[in-house]
Write a protein that binds this ligand. Structure first.
Ligand SMILES: [Zn+2]
Length: 273
């Protein structure tokens, strides 16, 4: 929809106006006219990439002085960058302890995916059969870029592309509130993916995005169901990182629910779509 979402030039966090600044000017002139914005952006992008690449691990303290020295910028620039990253939930800012790389817990992951299912299944339902030629091209391009990043082993880029794909769908739904909601939810998902998906495994599985696209050409219910399946698969991948013997208790957790639906998976709790 916007010029930013069509911008094929990352690296950027999952959303151009999220971790990179919610109301960042996207014009090239801004770079020349406002070097402080550019410097802040550079720091934001670098820290975000370092978190996605696990060079900054969960729990790491982000000290202003050290960062200022590393980036050769003022502490004001660092403070602005940290504030922006905290706004987008990429890092945590504590009054007493300063900035820290977060470790999203299981509960938070569950809440994030629950919310994503509610929003994105509805997005998929609305978009089914409604996409224009240009939108197909944009989405197809993002999937290709994600697959290319995957193929060259650039996990950080693949994770970002995956986020951009989901954000683009929300934009296409025409409701800016959906986009803002995803801006809140995508960074946490990206961090979880970086932390918990074993290296060497495909990221947000670009081929799944192909399947999503195929489903978006079909009826509404199919599109929504495919989005639900996709998000559940993703959630399972980031919340059960190590291959381990399946516990029967978990395998059959759905049967303990009051609902009789035998095919209900344990995480299938939002009841949407
Ligand atoms: Zn995805």
């Amino acid at each position: 929809m916007t010029a930013a979402s069509r911008d094929p030039h990352p690296p950027k966090p999952p959303s151009d106006r999220s971790a990179t600044g919610r109301r960042r000017s996207s014009g090239a002139s801004a770079e020349a006219a406002a070097p402080v914005v550019t410097a802040t952006q550079r720091v934001v992008d670098a820290i975000y990439a370092a978190i996605l690449e696990l060079r900054l691990t969960p729990g790491t303290r982000l000290r202003e002085e050290e960062l200022a020295a590393s980036f050769q910028v003022s502490r004001t620039v660092i403070r602005q960058a940290l504030h922006r990253l905290a706004q987008d939930r990429v890092i945590e800012l504590h009054h007493n302890r300063g900035a820290q790389v977060p470790l999203p817990g299981r509960d938070e992951a569950a809440h994030v995916f629950d919310a994503r299912r509610v929003v994105e299944c509805e997005v998929a339902r609305r978009l089914a059969g409604q996409l224009s030629e240009g939108q197909w091209a944009q989405l197809g391009g993002l999937v290709q870029e994600e697959a290319a990043a995957d193929a060259r082993g650039d996990r950080s880029a693949a994770i970002r592309k995956s986020g951009e794909f989901h954000r683009a769908l929300a934009e296409m739904s025409g409701n800016p509130v959906f986009v803002r909601m995803l801006d809140e939810l995508l960074p946490t998902t990206s961090i979880l993916m970086a932390m918990y998906q074993p290296a060497g495994r495909p990221v947000c599985v670009a081929h799944r995005h192909q399947e999503l696209l195929a489903a978006l050409a079909g009826p509404r219910a199919t599109a929504a169901a495919e989005m639900r399946r996709h998000l559940q698969e993703l959630e399972a991948a980031v919340t059960a990182p190590e291959p381990r013997p399946a516990a029967l208790r978990d395998v059959f957790a759905g049967y303990r629910e009051s609902e009789p639906a035998a095919s209900l998976s344990p995480s299938d709790s939002s009841g949407r779509c």
